[in-house]
Unconditional design. Structure first.
Length: 154
């Protein structure tokens, strides 16, 4: 039997959340050939800005929470079969922060570390982490991804 994302998360002490639907006029995942573009997933329940209400450690937890939602979208896409994931090509991480905050990469590690812990080498990715003035629903972190799938179905 194939190891699943949910199984791997459970071993790390996390539960795979339900993949959420879109909050506006877009789709959660768009697929072009072997590439899947996953819309931004926010840190549900973790609000505030880094450098004001939140510490770096709280930001890392928020990034991990957003990554859990991202993994839920990937899980839905591959129907639980982790062997269908070729590689996470890129993560885009958006951090709600004050203008003075400069530790965005440390916050982003919360998402990157979880994705790599769950997917291993297939989870190693390129990454951009940027600070923004605000995010939807007051979220502290939002994470998007480009994922290569092995089966290449459109």
């Amino acid at each position: 039997m194939t190891d699943t994302i949910a199984d791997r998360l459970a071993r790390l002490g996390h539960q795979l959340p339900e993949a959420s639907g879109p909050a506006a006029n877009y789709v959660p995942v768009t697929r072009i050939g072997a590439l899947a573009f996953i819309s931004g997933q926010v840190s549900a329940g973790v609000t505030g800005r880094l450098g004001a209400e939140l510490t770096v450690e709280q930001g890392q937890a928020a990034a991990a929470a957003a990554a859990l939602s991202l993994l839920a979208q990937i899980d839905r896409l591959v129907e639980g079969d982790v062997t269908r994931i070729g590689r996470v090509a890129r993560l885009g991480i958006f951090v709600a922060a004050t203008p003075e905050f400069t530790q965005h990469p440390l916050v982003g590690n919360g998402a990157s570390d979880l994705v790599v812990a769950v997917l291993g080498e297939a989870g190693r990715h390129a990454r951009t982490t940027v600070g923004v003035a605000s995010l939807p629903r007051g979220a502290a972190v939002e994470v998007e991804a480009i994922v290569e799938l092995k089966d290449g179905r459109a």
